[in-house]
Design a protein around this ligand. Structure first.
Ligand SMILES: [Zn+2]
Length: 269
């Protein structure tokens, strides 16, 4: 049985202020029911981009930036993670179609009218996975264009601070691959990002270690996916939205705190 999962974070009840920047600080995303580590078995991970963007960035800008961000995770020579951009779509359907899984698409879209997640979240990535095996079978990535202004270079627009699109999407694409937040402050998978930041556009060594730990290339053609040996016999065809969601958040905060049981909220400084 699969379950809609909107990410796990890993720190409870403390403020992270001084964190290691050493390697191997990456963390794999885990399922909420059986603590299984998440991964894709079916590669490449295919996705569409909703064609309307946020109305302020031309398709010729936002689409290449999004594709570049995804491609970073397929680039490390130690890894075999793969992604495939299938084109622009007019669809705005998010969520998983459990009645007709074949029609379900993985979608990246800008939300411009309303935002149902935490208002401080720049983007949220939702993945659908098998609770038993951890195999991810679908994802959607929503970008918060209701509150934030995105740019292709992170520079202010008309005096307003902006969010660098690649900086955001590269981080979120790490969640798509199966990574949780890293404790390495310089890692792309670190949980927060100040306005105008562009350093998360590309991968830090910790991010590369993380994606290669899941999708390890062995020789020219061999790909070992950590955890996939558990996938046999699981059903990945049903989906139950969780009322007690974990939330993948990329915050405009230098520090963050975990407040409550499964809720990550920002502390603005
Ligand atoms: Zn995140």
């Amino acid at each position: 049985m699969s379950k809609l999962h909107i990410f796990v974070c890993c720190v409870v009840g403390l403020v992270v202020m001084s964190l290691s920047s050493s390697s191997q600080a990456y963390t794999r995303s885990k399922g909420s029911e059986y603590n299984v580590e998440l991964y894709w078995k079916k590669l490449p991970v295919e996705y569409y981009i909703q064609k309307d963007g946020d109305g302020r960035l031309a398709e010729g800008i936002f689409s290449p930036h999004i594709q570049t961000s995804f491609n970073h995770w397929a680039t490390p020579s130690c890894g075999c993670f793969q992604v495939k951009f299938l084109g622009l779509t007019s669809s705005r359907e998010i969520g998983y179609n459990q009645d007709n899984p074949e029609s379900d698409i993985n979608l990246v879209l800008f939300q411009t009218e309303s935002w149902r997640h935490d208002r401080n979240a720049v983007a949220v990535t939702s993945t659908v996975y098998s609770q038993r095996s951890g195999e991810i079978i679908a994802f959607d990535m929503e970008i918060n264009a209701v509150r934030f202004t995105f740019s292709g270079d992170g520079q202010p627009v008309q005096g307003r601070s902006t969010v660098d699109l690649q900086n955001t999407i590269t981080h979120e694409a790490g969640h798509v691959a199966g990574l949780d937040h890293s404790s390495a402050t310089q890692a792309t998978m670190f949980a927060s990002a100040p306005p105008g930041e562009t350093s998360k556009r590309s991968l830090h060594v910790d991010d590369i270690d993380g994606v290669c730990a899941i999708y390890q290339k062995n020789g020219a053609q061999q790909c070992t996916i950590a955890g996939s040996e558990n996938a046999q016999g699981c059903s990945c065809t049903t989906h139950t939205p969780s009322p007690n969601k974990h939330v993948a958040l990329m915050f405009f905060a230098l520090f963050f705190a975990f407040i409550g049981f499964q809720r990550l909220l920002p502390r603005q400084r």
